[in-house]
Design a protein around this ligand. Structure first.
Ligand code: SAM
Ligand code: SF4
Length: 349
């Protein structure tokens, strides 16, 4: 694996000068994209029922983007006004060079926030190093606070260590969010359990509606619950909608004066979900995904390497701008169409 020190130094002649304003990345529907989700692996060590129920399987050999390639991608996006990068996977903490990737991403001019989405299995041990490298916000996936239920869903028995890691992250002053996929079989437990948790924990718990992917149709049919049901119960309990934070994207967030934390909802099946889309995705093999549920990824790997060789992020910038014309107004999830996405470990959600 390359190290950060091996990163090819280059004089970035194509970077806009101080006087030249960054021309932001927009699509034909007027949406602005300042948020990049960067997948650094598709390997995972958990076997979440809705994602990789049989665990990670792969019998073809392939190489994930190395640090030089990742750095070139981030530089190109930063030149188009990207301010926030979320590192994701698969499970990103399985990459041994994660700390270097966080550090080099945080050092790119224009990048103001480096976030990670993780299943949290290394959180307790590694959070100090991630923060030291420049991590500013953290999403941890925790579908249940009950150790038995958690293990049943994820196949992993380390819930207590994950929650200790979450506490450490809060103590570091990080912006922390927990993600819980809404599941019909847990419907009676999830809301009361997490309300209790956010009473005294200053973080945002976000319920994510289960999404149908290529691989999980039967599970989706059995377990999908609409987020509106939770929204209605929150309203009854006196929770009120917060105004959106910068780069917040499509989550709706609620607060209550008796609670330290917040409750969010991500409802991809709701009307207008895509109207606020502000993110693009790069897969761990260097494909641009204009939507989580696009029909295909657009391969940029050759161009990423050409840009590295020629010290010219501008090559990548021009291609990405041209490809934006292919971005659709919305996904077609409600018609049961999940595009090329077999499971979200491919792209990071
Ligand atoms: N392994 C990391 C994790 O679990 O946080 C990062 C990748 S994971 C694919 C990113 C997020 O997608 C997690 O919060 C996970 O719960 C969510 N996710 C995975 N499959 C999903 C599905 N079918 N519907 C809704 N959310 C899903
Ligand atoms: Fe792994 Fe995350 Fe998928 Fe769970 S949701 S199997 S932790 S990639």
């Amino acid at each position: 694996m390359d190290t950060f020190q091996n990163t090819i130094p280059f004089v970035d002649i194509s970077r806009p000068s101080i006087e030249e304003p960054v021309q932001s990345l927009t699509d034909k529907f007027g949406r602005r994209f300042e948020y990049l989700r960067l997948s650094i692996t598709d390997v995972c060590n958990f076997s979440c029922q809705y994602c990789l129920p049989d665990g990670y399987q792969c019998n073809t050999s392939r190489e994930f983007l190395n640090q030089d390639e990742l750095l070139m991608v981030v530089k190109a996006f930063a030149q188009m006004g990207t301010k926030k990068v979320r590192i994701t996977g698969g499970e990103p903490s399985l990459r041994k060079d994660l700390v270097d990737i966080i550090r080099q991403t945080a050092q790119v001019d224009g990048i103001e926030q480096v976030a990670i989405t993780t299943n949290g299995f290394k959180l307790e041990k590694d959070i100090d190093a991630w923060v030291d490298a420049g991590l500013s916000s953290l999403n941890v996936s925790v579908d249940s606070l009950d150790a038995r239920q958690f293990e049943m869903i994820t196949g992993d028995g380390r819930l207590q260590s994950i929650l200790r890691g979450v506490d450490k992250a809060i103590q570091h002053g990080l912006q922390v969010k927990l993600n819980a996929v809404l599941l019909k079989s847990l419907a009676d437990h999830q809301l009361p359990m997490f309300l209790n948790y956010v009473k005294h924990n200053n973080l945002t718990l976000r319920f994510i509606e289960l999404m149908q992917t290529g691989d999980n149709k039967a599970y989706f049919d059995a377990e999908h619950v609409r987020g509106e049901e939770i929204e209605a119960r929150l309203a009854e309990l006196g929770w009120v909608r917060k105004t959106k934070a910068q780069w917040a994207g499509p989550a709706k967030v609620y607060r209550h004066h008796d609670y330290e934390g917040r409750i969010g909802l991500i409802m991809p099946y709701s009307k207008d979900f895509c109207a606020d889309c502000n993110r693009l995705r790069i897969s761990s093999l260097g494909k641009l995904h204009l939507c989580l549920f696009a029909e295909k990824g657009l391969d940029l790997r050759e161009l990423i390497n050409k840009s590295i060789k020629q010290h010219a992020p501008q090559l990548l910038v021009e291609e990405i701008r041209a490809l934006m014309g292919q971005k659709h107004a919305t996904h077609y999830l409600d018609e049961g169409y999940a595009g090329a996405t077999q499971h979200l470990a491919m792209l990071g959600g």
